[in-house]
Ligand binder design. Structure first.
Ligand code: HEC
Ligand code: HEC
Length: 251
């Protein structure tokens, strides 16, 4: 039975990938010359996401097949699929809308997410965002991407930044425990290292350009590959769950 379920699962993923990937280079080009996002965080928008229904989100997570890759509770089933559990709701909402609006069309997986997001209403997005936000952040993942840097050095960079490169500390924006912060700043604690590395490299190359004011693109450009790998390991292993009391305010 388990064996059959596994085959069924793999088949569904394959079919999904085969039928939905439609990368359009014209779309990508168009996106490059338009604003990084269509979202404006006014009070109405913030309240709309806040009022999302987590219980409807749970249903959508199954019905729209999100759980195939992101798991029943937002814990992904593959190392290059991002974890969504405990993510700040505004960030999840913004990403889904950005995919739908062709603002995040950087790769084949992003193109697949774009196709899936087009089938969601903004209400669905708010419901899903609240559903994932209701879980604790993922437990520390053991990750070991190749890097020559010492943990201590990378921790200093993450916590203190680097004045010589005008690098603001990651945690100044992403929360002191990597738990995410106000408006749409994502949690990074417990994120899959391979996904983290991939998306940082896409910020660095400019392929991912849905960050407002190019903040993440500018930061990623001044980091070396070694530093990105070490940061991916660091954040994957970070566990913000025990310190999540200040996190609820951001949801
Ligand atoms: C076949 C696997 C698969 C399915 C099914 C899937 N996703 Fe994804 N999802 C991915 C991958 C891979 C990415 C990373 C894409 C990229 O690099 O832009 C992603 C990215 C995301 C992100 C952005 C995460 C971040 O940290 O920026 C969100 C939010 C998301 N998915 C939600 C959903 C929702 C909601 C559904 C159901 C409607 C869904 N996904 C279905 C594989 C999947
Ligand atoms: C000035 C504030 C700021 C600083 C400093 C900052 N970030 Fe970000 N970061 C953001 C915002 C805002 C986003 C959301 C971008 C978007 O809307 O897609 C983001 C997105 C990200 C993402 C994508 C998350 C995902 O799930 O796809 C990663 C990874 C990331 N940041 C890592 C870092 C690292 C590592 C550092 C330190 C070297 C850093 N950030 C410093 C504000 C910041």
């Amino acid at each position: 039975m388990i064996f059959l379920a596994k085959i069924k699962y793999h088949l569904s993923v394959l079919i999904l990938m085969a039928t939905t990937v439609t990368t359009s280079f014209a779309d990508e080009k168009k996106a490059l010359f338009s604003p990084s996002t269509n979202i404006a965080w006014d009070a109405e928008q913030i309240n709309f996401v806040k009022a999302g229904s987590a219980s409807n989100g749970e249903k959508l997570n199954k019905d729209k097949m999100c759980s195939l890759c992101h798991g029943e509770q937002g814990l992904s089933k593959g190392r290059n699929w991002p974890n969504l559990a405990g993510q700040t709701a505004n960030y999840t909402f913004k990403q889904l809308l950005d995919y739908k609006d062709h603002k995040r069309l950087d790769s084949t997986p992003a193109a697949m997410m774009t196709t899936l997001a087009k089938r969601l209403s903004t209400q669905d997005m708010a419901d899903l965002a609240q559903y994932y936000a209701g879980f604790p952040l993922p437990q520390s993942l053991q990750e070991n991407l190749n890097t020559a840097l010492k943990t201590q050095n990378i921790e200093n960079l993450i916590k203190q930044g680097d004045g010589s490169r005008m690098l603001v500390p990651c945690l100044a924006c992403h929360g002191s425990k990597g738990q995410g912060a106000i408006t749409d700043t994502p949690a990074l604690a417990g994120q899959q290292a391979i996904y983290f590395r991939q998306t940082m490299n896409e910020f660095k190359s400019g392929k991912r350009h849905n960050d407002v004011y190019s903040r993440m693109r500018i930061i990623a450009k001044s980091l070396t590959q070694d530093e990105i790998n070490a940061m991916a390991n660091y954040f994957a292993q970070m566990n913000a769950t025990e310190n999540s009391s200040d996190k609820t305010a951001t949801k």
